[in-house]
Write a protein that binds this ligand. Structure first.
Ligand SMILES: Cc1cc2nc3c(=O)[nH]c(=O)nc-3n(C[C@H](O)[C@H](O)[C@H](O)COP(=O)(O)OP(=O)(O)OC[C@H]3O[C@@H](n4cnc5c(N)ncnc54)[C@H](O)[C@@H]3O)c2cc1C
Length: 315
């Protein structure tokens, strides 16, 4: 479907916010359907997939695949059919009415449908100093920043797959790794858990939470509290890797679309939201399982639902 008009007056059929697997699948399907779709991505193709060295549970790759490479392949696959990407951050959305507005700071874009595919971002500890130390003592991605801690001591906070993967990666570069978990066993799957439990330089701090980040401009350590006894101890370290889960990146539609109590955009398999013309795909929407395979499924469904919506408008 051609753009209504060109330049500043242009009204896209679809603006997709976010270039993770959900966004690039929506982009691929939209391009193949002949829609005038523009995808906005603020960082790099692939989204959270870029944070893991290996994805083993996305079908079609017998030996697994590097997450960043899979993101690039998804981008190229969509662009092969003419999909358009712009490196830009959507700063605000105005979603009421038949023509939606997307502000990027540099330009005001317009579209008849918006696919929100902004994914999820790391959950923070919420401790004083966390923001100031971001990127120089406090980190949310071991694959990205672990190399800064070669031969040093790192603390990983969390007990799920991501925390276990982070701790394992850091155990290969750091002299010592402490894994702090509020329960007495890891939630991580066996494939992550088993090698971690074997790693000799990893020490587990079970039933513990971080009470305080100890720093003097540089990270010096953490104060831990045992959740059962209340006993406190200090662990010296150079860096803290926080891996306590993720939260939806839904702030762009807060106050405009229905969110569940955890902040996820309320939408079913069709990805339709309570705002006509707004579709929520991938980790940002309410669903049982947040994975690459389910994000890709949502991207396809979003493009399909948007096509139906546009057809009903007579477009
Ligand atoms: C460390 C780690 C390991 C993982 N391992 C696996 C695995 O092995 N297998 C598996 O199936 N899943 C894995 N996952 C989960 C999987 O990566 C996610 O479920 C999937 O990436 C979700 O896709 P998405 O497209 O919904 O969102 P995301 O991947 O989060 O992508 C969202 C994109 O939107 C962009 N964005 C956000 N806001 C804006 C804005 N305002 N303007 C422009 N762009 C914006 C972001 O920059 C990002 O690129 C892993 C996740 C992590 C963090």
């Amino acid at each position: 479907m051609p753009a209504s008009t060109q330049g500043a007056e242009r009204i896209h059929d679809m603006i997709i916010v976010g270039g993770g697997p959900a966004g690039y699948t929506a982009s691929l399907y939209a391009a193949r359907a002949g829609l005038d779709a523009l995808l906005l991505e603020q960082l790099a193709a692939g989204g959270q997939m870029g944070l893991t060295e290996r994805i083993d549970n996305y079908p079609g790759f017998a030996d697994g695949i590097d997450g960043f490479a899979l993101g690039e392949a998804m981008r190229k696959g969509a662009e092969r059919f003419g999909a358009e990407t712009r490196l830009a951050s959507a700063l605000s959305l105005a979603l009421s009415g038949p023509v939606k507005r997307v502000e990027t700071g540099k330009e005001a874009l317009r579209a008849r449908t918006v696919v929100l595919a902004t994914g999820a971002v790391p959950r923070e500890l919420g401790l004083p100093g966390e923001q100031e130390l971001l990127g120089r003592g406090v980190h949310y991605c071991a694959a990205c920043d672990g190399m800064f801690y070669r031969g040093r001591t790192a603390v990983v906070v969390g007990g799920g797959n991501s925390a276990a993967e982070d701790a394992l990666l850091l155990s290969r570069v750091c002299e010592r790794v402490f894994l702090v978990h509020r329960r007495d066993a890891l939630r991580a799957e066996q494939v992550y858990r088993a090698p971690l439990l074997r790693a000799e330089n990893v020490e587990f701090c079970w039933n513990s939470v971080v009470e305080e980040l100890l720093h003097d401009g540089a990270m010096r350590g953490v104060r831990l509290r045992d959740v059962r006894t209340g006993a406190e101890r200090t662990v010296d370290c150079d860096g803290v890797f926080v891996s306590i889960g993720r939260k939806p990146a839904s702030q762009l539609v807060r106050g405009q679309a229905a969110l569940d109590p955890a902040g996820y955009v309320v939408a079913d398999e069709s990805t339709r939201t309570d705002v006509p013309g707004l579709f929520a795909a991938g980790d940002v929407r309410t669903k049982a399982l947040r994975q690459v395979a389910t994000a890709v499924a949502d991207g396809a469904a979003a493009a399909h639902s948007a096509q139906e919506y546009l057809a009903a408008l007579g477009r």
